[in-house]
Design a binder for this molecule. Structure first.
Ligand code: GDP
Length: 589
């Protein structure tokens, strides 16, 4: 059968899908209906819904493909290079498990390698910086919430040439180390391992290397292909060697970019500042960005009014791999949006409008989502909603948190409902929105004014603030876990054959018998079985052997039982009592 591919840019209407599948609209609407969706011909279905429906219809020769719209950042981002491409500095991301020393490494490098006095002036958080080592430049990404791999994976993957994975020598490989390895591999970035904290007492370099080897990173020293540099981020040991290795890796990779093309790159941070308007950090990946040029990022556009480097020094021109901060965007572009130079204002406006349109097509108008579909299908009644409001210091961190939250696998049982998001401190409006709806407010790098926490306490609203995204995600996960129904686990304990029934009352029985297998103890639950048929459930209240209370009877022994029942059970000789215990176990995500 001929294979057919249908491209979907975010969502597709019932009409379009039926045409693409060669089905009648009625047939498609019928199938949707069978799955609990009442759809009209113009209803939009998202990608997942469309694929589930195609599955339902048993259509095998059609492949659905996500079509990238103009604003998508990753696809096709790295161009075929022309012959005129020139070398560019490597772009490096530092990743690793929380507390293994990423921040310390980035800080020490920044202060060691930037001219004294200049670095002292850097007080604000910066999302990327450039160092000079052996007269060459290296760009480090220090995105807000760089712990949130998930967000970087979505937005920054194409930027990163080299991932430095920081592993503490006294702690070894941890979950986020593994995440970092996976990220680097999926982003096609080169990996260099920095074995950190070698100044610590418990540091064990060979063991850490063995640990890494077990996770697929074979140290060069042992004949593998991964460079591992033992360092102390705190004391600064071996950092020069680490930088040497970064440059060496960059040389092998022959990193290049074209400069005679219109400037382009990625938005790595954006926020509003009083008096300046939008302040946007960009990383140039191709071409040369100059002040006065028009740029577009997603649905935002503007003219580069001012441009400074990470130290705040004015820069007239930014070449590939250079991080800069610009003002002039008329509205805030999103973290992760690709930016492009436009020839003039009219073109910029048109491109922004086009992007806005594609974005709208992609998200807002999909009025049946796969979540709806799943809910309508069967998991329906069990799904619970976890309502959150997210506030962050900059747009980048809000996006990171939202993206990462969405990636928590809730096994289809919990719907994450992001009530609102915003930049800035937690305010009255947030509390107002959260009140009465079991909504948790999460703040990342923001504060809670006293009057607001009082108001929240009064209204019973929970506010949680964090400085580390990982901790926020962990807590959110636990809160979602609390919403899950507990798992009931039953464990069989033993079996008894009834040999005598001495007394039967409405809610109690005294009987005796022989334990055939396992054991019986007070508090065990009982399934009463006659001829393999279940008669009822009961509970052992006490166990006796030769008329004396004992803790247990085991297989082979005979004795008496006092049993509690909910309603009368007329036990008979020959009945079987199956003993078990039942435990409600908290489930995890
Ligand atoms: P991050 O969560 O990965 O960014 O970790 P941090 O950079 O915040 O470091 C966590 C803790 O480890 C801090 O208390 C650091 O001072 C400490 N630390 C980081 N690097 C080193 C190191 O090389 N040696 C020692 N002794 N402590 C370190």
């Amino acid at each position: 059968m001929e294979e057919k591919t249908i491209q979907i840019a975010g969502s597709i209407t019932v009409d379009e899908l039926s045409k693409a599948l060669g089905l009648s609209v009625t047939e498609l609407i019928g199938t949707l209906f069978k799955n609990g969706i009442v759809a009209t011909i113009n209803q939009r279905l998202d990608f997942e819904t469309a694929s589930i429906i195609i599955d339902e219809l048993g259509i095998k020769n059609v492949k659905l493909e996500r079509k990238n719209t103009a604003t998508k950042t990753s696809e096709g981002f790295r161009h075929e290079l022309s012959e005129k491409a020139v070398s560019r500095p490597p772009v490096v991301a530092v990743m690793g498990h929380v507390d293994h020393g990423k921040t310390t490494l980035l800080d020490t490098l920044l202060h060691k390698k930037t001219v004294e006095g200049e670095a002292g002036g850097i007080t604000q958080h910066i999302s990327a910086y450039q160092l000079e080592h052996n007269d060459r430049k290296i760009t480090f990404l220090d995105t807000p919430g760089h712990e949130a791999f998930a967000a970087i994976r979505q937005h920054g993957a194409m930027l990163t040439d080299i991932v430095v994975i920081v592993v503490a020598a006294d702690d070894g490989v941890k979950p986020q180390t593994v995440e970092a390895i996976k990220f680097a591999q999926s982003a096609n970035a080169k990996i260099i391992v920095a074995i950190n904290k070698i100044d610590r007492e418990g540091a064990d370099i060979p063991r850490t290397m063995a640990d890494l080897a077990q996770h697929g990173l074979q140290p060069e020293e042992w004949g593998g292909d991964i460079v591992m540099v033992p360092i102390s981020a705190k004391r600064g040991d071996n950092l020069e060697k680490l930088l040497d290795m970064i440059l060496l890796t960059a040389d092998i990779e022959e990193l290049k970019a074209d400069v005679d093309i219109p400037a382009e790159g990625l938005v790595i941070e954006s926020h509003m500042e009083v008096g300046k308007g939008s302040v946007v950090n960009l990383l140039v990946t191709g071409g040369e960005l100059k002040t006065g040029e028009f740029i577009v990022a997603g649905s935002a556009y503007g003219k580069v009014r001012t441009m400074v480097d990470f130290k705040g020094k004015p820069k007239g021109k930014a070449t590939p791999s250079t991080p800069v901060t610009v003002t002039g965007f008329k509205e805030l572009p999103n973290f992760g949006d690709r930016f492009m130079e436009a020839s003039d204002e009219k073109t910029a406006r048109k491109m922004a409008l086009f992007n806005a349109q594609s974005q709208a097509d992609e998200t807002a108008s999909a009025n049946v989502t796969s979540g709806d579909l799943l809910r309508m299908m069967n998991v329906a009644d069990n799904t619970k909603t976890f309502n959150v409001i997210i506030k962050g210091d900059v747009l980048g961190s809000v996006t990171s948190v939202v993206d990462s939250l969405k990636l928590i696998d809730t096994k289809g049982e919990i719907t994450l409902n992001i009530v609102s998001t915003g930049v800035g401190d937690i305010n009255e409006n947030d509390v107002y929105m959260a009140a009465g709806d079991n909504t948790v407010i999460y703040g990342f790098n923001v504060s809670v004014p006293i009057n607001i926490s009082k108001m929240a306490a009064r209204d019973g609203v929970t506010i949680r603030t964090y400085r580390v995204i990982y901790e926020l995600l962990d807590d959110a996960k636990h809160e979602m876990e609390d919403l899950l129904d507990a798992e009931i686990i039953e464990e069989d304990k033993g079996e008894l054959k009834v040999l005598g029934v001495f007394r039967t009352e409405k809610t109690s029985i005294i009987a005796g018998g022989e334990v055939l297998k396992g054991d019986v103890k007070p508090e065990y639950l009982i399934r009463v079985v006659r001829d393999k048929k279940f008669l009822g459930e009961a509970k052992v209240t006490s166990v006796q052997k030769e008329k004396i209370d004992v803790k247990e009877l085991v297989a082979g022994e005979t004795g008496g039982l006092a049993i509690a029942t909910k309603s009368r059970i007329d036990l008979q000789i020959g009945d079987r009592l199956n003993f078990f215990v039942r435990e409600a176990k908290k489930r995890t995500l």
